[in-house]
Design a protein around this ligand. Structure first.
Ligand SMILES: [Zn+2]
Length: 86
């Protein structure tokens, strides 16, 4: 994941609460006749170039880049409670 601000492109009210959706690969052996799962390996994460992010406000799911791009288009507005940005 990138160290960049996110902004949900759907509800456009959330920059803070997100969830990352990761894929895991878990191999197993199946019985060819009964279909029973005989043996499972430990799951291992599938490396993805771009993680999938979910907005926890509106449940929108999209590529990380969509959230980053939206934050770049609409950067957080300076307020009086955040005077360090001049
Ligand atoms: Zn949202």
């Amino acid at each position: 994941m990138q160290e960049k601000p996110y902004f949900c492109p759907n509800c456009r009210s959330n920059r803070v609460k997100f969830s990352v959706i990761a894929s895991y690969s878990q191999s197993f052996l199946k019985d060819a006749l009964t279909g029973e799962v005989k043996e499972t390996q430990d799951p291992s994460p599938v490396s993805e170039s771009e993680p999938t992010i979910q907005c926890l406000v509106c449940s929108y799911v999209g590529n990380e880049m969509r959230f980053v791009k939206q934050a770049e288009r609409e950067p957080r507005v300076t307020t009086e409670t955040n005077p360090s940005y001049t």
